[in-house]
Design a protein around this ligand. Structure first.
Ligand code: SF4
Length: 366
């Protein structure tokens, strides 16, 4: 574990706006005001989005301009803490983002065939899912589009330090970290636009997945704006009575409305959605829940991902036992549903979303 490494510091003259929030046109306007030609803005923009960690690394930009940029247009990405697990294949950071230094988590996971970054859309979350460490802290702040995209730039750089058994190149981004992206829709969509921009990191939209707890209007907007972006919905319960308790937003958008929105999304995008399901001991892991889930997953043609619960101090419940998970999987498979049990990457480094931030807050309180 290393801590306190800072990528860029500097007082900004653009309150609320870090460098990753600026379009090329806006950056060109600022540099023109400093008497710089347009090609300089293109140089700086290209470096920003092609993985330069600091202005001082932009060796094709004159030093006085680099210094002025660092002072007046800070990158706004401070690495406060980094931890690794799984032989270095899982890397997690607590970042301080933007002039307000919003604390969020980002996780990089290297597999044999792919590298995936899990990014946050909000500092905290207002959705109140009791089993989730981020839900337990409540919503602290929305992130800007640039602050969301900046996490991916950390992940691009960090991917080079993954073990040689992985491709060491970030190709997939999932919005599954802290926060509900569709509760911060404008910024989340702005971040996607930046990430798929051919002048930026050029991620393929099909390699981006947005995970939601089920905000129905946002699911519709996502399908309209980004038909190639994948949709994952955190269900965790297959009837309204249980889901109202586990996922409180279900009282606003019940399962029938959610399934209708997902059906519409599938018809519009032709992309198979996935259903995320935290396996919680003696709570949502019964055969009865599995049978109800079979009906929903088959109707949607959805893939089901089961994630053994990562226990949090604020919710004294255990993950389902391996035997119960096998039983649950058996019901799904015999119902014709494709199912994957996700590995629990990063146990021991507070890898579940929000846990590192909570640990950091507790340490700060002493
Ligand atoms: S599970 Fe997702 S939506 Fe629910 S509180 Fe946690 S971050 Fe928010």
């Amino acid at each position: 574990m290393r801590s306190g490494r800072s990528d860029v510091r500097g007082a900004g003259t653009l309150p609320g706006m870090g460098a990753y929030d600026l379009s090329l046109e806006e950056l060109t306007g600022i540099l023109a005001g400093w008497g710089e030609p347009a090609f300089r803005a293109r140089q700086v923009h290209r470096q920003l989005w092609r993985r330069a960690a600091r202005y001082e690394d932009m060796t094709d930009v004159p030093p006085p301009l680099r210094e002025r940029l660092a002072a007046e247009v800070p990158l706004g990405v401070e690495v406060l803490e980094e931890r690794t697990a799984d032989g270095g294949a899982t890397r997690k950071a607590l970042l301080g983002l933007g002039p307000a230094r919003h604390l969020v988590e980002v996780v990089l996971m290297g597999y044999r065939d792919r590298v995936t970054a899990c990014i946050s859309s909000q500092a905290g979350c207002a959705m109140g899912c009791g089993f989730c460490a981020t839900g337990q802290m409540g919503l602290r702040n929305n992130l800007t589009a640039g602050e969301i995209a900046a996490q991916v730039m950390w992940a691009f750089r960090e991917a080079r330090r993954l073990p040689a058994s992985t491709p060491r190149r970030l190709a997939n981004v999932v919005f599954m970290g802290m926060g509900e992206p569709l509760a911060n829709e404008r910024a989340a969509f702005g971040a996607i636009e930046r990430l798929v921009d051919p002048r930026g990191p050029k991620l393929g939209a099909r390699h981006v997945t947005l995970s939601t707890v089920g905000l129905v209007p946002g699911i519709r907007h996502l399908g309209e704006r980004f038909p190639q972006v994948g949709l994952a919905v955190s269900f965790h319960a297959a009837d309204d009575e249980l889901r109202d308790r586990l996922v409180p937003i279900n009282r606003v958008h019940p399962i029938s409305a959610l399934v209708a929105a997902m059906r519409e999304h599938r018809a519009r995008t032709r992309r198979r959605p996935s259903i995320e399901w935290a396996m919680i001991d003696a709570t949502n892991d019964s055969d009865d829940q599995a049978r109800k889930l079979v009906r929903i997953a088959r109707e949607l043609g959805a893939h089901v991902n089961l994630i053994p619960l990562n226990p949090t101090p604020g919710w004294p419940t255990e993950p389902s036992s391996p035997q119960r998970i096998r039983g649950f999987v058996g019901v799904l498979e015999s119902g014709g549903v494709n199912v994957t049990v996700r590995d629990t990457r990063g146990r021991g480094i507070e890898a579940a979303c929000g846990q590192l931030r909570l640990a950091h807050d507790a340490a700060a309180r002493g």
